[in-house]
Design a protein around this ligand. Structure first.
Ligand code: AMP
Ligand code: MG
Length: 277
């Protein structure tokens, strides 16, 4: 089965403004049920196993996956799904919360730069430099001319990453306001989920439309061929995970990672089967 159809409907063309109110967060892009999604996850797992080995053995380029989305949209869940599919030795994860004092003493990309993937590795960002044009804009944390200038700064930053060997892909997990309410309520109720609950999430929920406008602007202004945006419907966790894994496998395939050569300096006969077939 080709998984192309899964990805096609998700990618936002460079410069296109996504209409988030017209993208159904409950969409599964044709995945019928959990079973079919599980099959996609398994197939992606196999592809990713080979791809990460090629990425590591090439030891030259890297991949950065940026995850953005409203609270409870599933960023943590996607990170867990990726951890299940990738060797932890090649996967680096980083979360970006409210900037610390030292972070605020630097420009907004400083803390981002420090978490970029090494050669041969992949990094997943749970939130990112995009918070600096999302929450910062909605809450008015810096003057408008400052956050507006960041779209260009981000685009140039990501362009440089692409040029120097780091493929960049950005995913917005698109959850509905109703589904979010259910998940936040569950977080408040369930003692095992309570650590994730923040009363501030309810305040952000009230700013929903402002956030959607900020997301639409960010996606429109920073989507490029080298660092594209994908909007992934996120109301169904099983579809969401399958779709993101499919995107990551696709991006790694597009890097056309070469098969590594046979190692040099092997003793004579080393590669021959000792059982003597
Ligand atoms: P969580 O991801 O639930 O742990 O929450 C992290 C919080 O940090 C979110 O409410 C973000 O909006 C906030 N945050 C992340 N980056 C920034 C930033 N640059 N400025 C202000 N708040 C931020
Ligand atoms: Mg939170």
């Amino acid at each position: 089965m080709s998984d192309d159809h899964l990805r096609k409907g998700l990618r936002v063309a460079p410069g296109e403004r996504p209409r988030l109110d017209r993208i159904d967060p409950g969409d599964t892009l044709g995945l019928a049920d959990r079973e079919e999604a599980a099959a996609v996850v398994a197939a992606c797992g196999e592809r990713l196993e080979a791809l990460q080995a090629l990425l590591a053995s090439e030891d030259r380029r890297s991949l950065l996956l940026v995850l953005q989305g409203m609270d409870a949209s599933g960023k943590d869940g996607v990170v867990r799904a990726l951890c299940g599919a990738l060797n932890p030795m090649i996967l680096h994860t980083a979360s970006f919360g409210v900037p610390t004092k030292p972070e605020l003493r630097h420009d907004f990309l400083w803390r981002i730069t420090r978490e970029l993937p090494e050669r041969g590795r992949m990094a997943v960002f749970n939130r990112s430099h995009y918070e600096d044009v999302l929450v910062v804009r909605v809450d008015g944390l810096v003057p408008e001319d400052e956050w507006r200038a960041r779209y260009g700064q981000i685009t140039r930053f990501e362009e440089r990453l692409a040029e120097t060997g780091t493929a960049v892909v950005k995913v917005m997990l698109h959850i509905s306001r109703d589904e979010q309410l259910g998940r936040l309520r569950e977080r408040a109720q369930d003692p095992l989920k309570r650590w994730k609950f923040s009363a501030d999430d309810l305040r952000k929920r009230d700013q929903w439309d402002a956030y959607m406008a900020a997301y639409e602007d960010a996606i429109e202004r920073t989507g490029t061929d080298d660092a594209p945006w994908y909007v992934v419907p996120a109301d169904r966790k099983w579809a969401r995970n399958a779709l993101v894994l499919e995107i990551v496998a696709h991006v790694l395939e597009r890097m056309r990672l070469p098969e590594p050569p046979v190692p040099e300096g092997l003793p004579p006969g080393f590669l021959e089967d000792p059982a003597g077939g």
